[in-house]
Each structure stands twice: as structure tokens, then as C-alpha cells.
Design a protein around this ligand. Structure first.
Ligand SMILES: Nc1nc2c(ncn2[C@@H]2O[C@H](COP(=O)(O)OP(=O)(O)OP(=O)(O)O)[C@@H](O)[C@H]2O)c(=O)[nH]1
Ligand SMILES: [Mg+2]
Length: 223
């Protein structure tokens, strides 16, 4: 009796993801799902990324996923962009955003006025990787203090993602973590993933990351 129920839930989730994907395609919005453990720097990276993109007249919005609170949204709204909070607590406190929550958030956004939509997922290095939201690209943030072994211990996330941002490189002098070893381990799990070391604090490495996003936007516009 249980197996059909599980299948139905996933079927439902995937159906919502396909609807989201169609909507993103129709409005030519490039959608990036940003995932990581709690505290790796997703919000801090988004702050600097959006500020950089806005200088190039790129129109951005964020769906901010968390179990509870509007704390991250409050850090992003001063940037003057649309931010929609999607909390999972009223729906059982899931450790990831579901495609139905993204669909609900889309009702509050004018997709025609956007070039790129970021979805900050709930801080968790496992569960969010399992769910399709209809996004174009999945990105994992791995901060240096977490250690170079994480791709090997939590492989699904790195297998699923198109890019890996190795954040907090400014802390490298204070850590026994070898950045090159982080890159090697990420590529052992996924040889096609784009590996970008950066620091949301100093802005180091952001040129490559911004270029990756601009390429995604250009590609989406011509689809
Ligand atoms: N030194 C340094 N600190 C950083 C950097 N990026 C983020 N931080 C700090 O790391 C802490 C966590 O950053 P957040 O952006 O809140 O991390 P998050 O991944 O959004 O966290 P959750 O949303 O709770 O999962 C904050 O104190 C940031 O200021 C960085 O590049 N260097
Ligand atoms: Mg955050």
C-alpha cells in the first residue's frame, strides 16, 4: 500500500516542476536553484551577485526558502528586487523547497520583468538535491570551513549540480583545508561540474561566477 503512495507524491512533485519549467521557458527567465549546508554563504553570495548583476541592468528576483523566519529575505530586500519568502513549516517543515512552493511563489512575481530568478533552497546538503523544481541550473555552495571531504560524503548534491561555488576563500589562510583538494574531490563525483572558488566577503572570484550566470541568461533568451 505504501509504494503507490510514494510514487504518487513524487509524480505530483514532478508534475508541478514541469509546469514551472514551462512557465520559465515561456517567459524566458533563467532560473538557478542555489543549495548548500546551512551557513555556507548562499544569502551572502546572492547579495553580492544581485548587486553586481544590477550594475549591468540584469533584472533579478529571489524565492527565499527556509523552514521558518524571513531573516534572509530581510537581508535581500534592501537590494530593491522582488523577494518572495517560501517557508516550509506550514507544510510540515520540509528540509527542502518543493515544486508546489515554487509554484505558489510565482503568483507573486511578474516573470516578464525578470532575466534571472534565484531560488535559495533550505540549508541542507542532502534533501534539496532530490527534488526537481523546474529550474534551469542547480548550484551547490561548499564553503572551505566545511572541509574537502564533503563531496565524497554527500555525493548526490554534487552529482546533481551544474556548478559548485567554493565559498569563503578569504578564510583559507586560517584553515587546514586545501582548495585544490576540494576541487579534485568535487570533480571525482562529477567531472562536468563547473568549479568556481570565490569569496562573498571580498568579491574574489565573482567575475567567473557572474559570467556563468550571464551565459545562462543569454542561452535562455535564445531558446
Ligand atoms: N569570511 C567569510 N564569511 C562569509 C562568506 N560568505 C558568507 N559568510 C558568512 O557566513 C555566515 C553564513 O552566511 P549565510 O549567507 O547566512 O549562509 P546561508 O548558506 O545563506 O545560510 P542558511 O540560509 O542558514 O542556510 C554569515 O555570517 C556570513 O557573513 C565569505 O565569503 N567569507
Ligand atoms: Mg541563507
Amino acid at each position: 500500500m505504501e509504494i503507490p503512495l510514494v510514487r504518487d507524491v513524487l509524480k505530483e512533485s514532478n508534475a508541478r516542476a514541469e509546469e514551472n519549467r514551462s512557465e520559465f521557458k515561456e517567459h524566458r527567465v533563467f532560473v538557478v536553484n542555489v543549495m548548500s549546508s546551512p551557513g555556507s554563504g548562499k544569502t551572502e553570495i546572492l547579495k553580492r551577485t544581485i548587486s553586481d548583476l544590477r550594475k549591468q541592468n540584469i533584472r533579478c528576483a529571489v524565492i527565499e526558502g527556509d523552514i521558518t523566519s524571513t531573516l534572509d529575505s530581510e537581508r535581500l530586500t534592501p537590494l530593491g528586487i522582488p523577494v518572495v519568502q517560501a517557508n516550509t513549516e506550514p507544510f510540515g517543515g520540509d528540509c527542502h523547497i518543493g515544486s508546489h512552493l515554487v509554484q505558489g511563489a510565482l503568483k507573486h512575481l511578474d516573470l516578464d520583468s525578470l532575466d534571472v530568478l534565484f531560488i535559495e533552497n533550505v540549508g541542507n546538503l542532502v534533501c534539496p538535491a532530490e527534488f526537481d523544481l523546474g529550474e534551469d541550473k542547480k548550484v551547490v555552495v561548499l564553503s572551505l570551513p566545511e572541509g574537502s571531504d564533503k563531496p565524497l560524503k554527500y555525493p548526490l548534491m554534487f552529482r546533481e549540480c551544474h556548478a559548485c561555488l567554493a565559498n569563503k576563500t578569504d578564510l583559507a589562510p586560517y584553515l587546514d583545508v586545501n582548495l585544490a583538494e576540494v576541487g579534485v574531490n568535487v570533480n571525482r563525483i562529477n567531472e562536468n561540474i563547473v568549479f568556481i572558488p570565490l569569496s562573498a566577503k571580498t568579491g574574489d572570484g565573482f567575475d567567473a561566477w557572474i559570467e556563468w550566470i550571464l551565459y545562462g541568461i543569454r542561452t535562455k533568451e535564445t531558446m
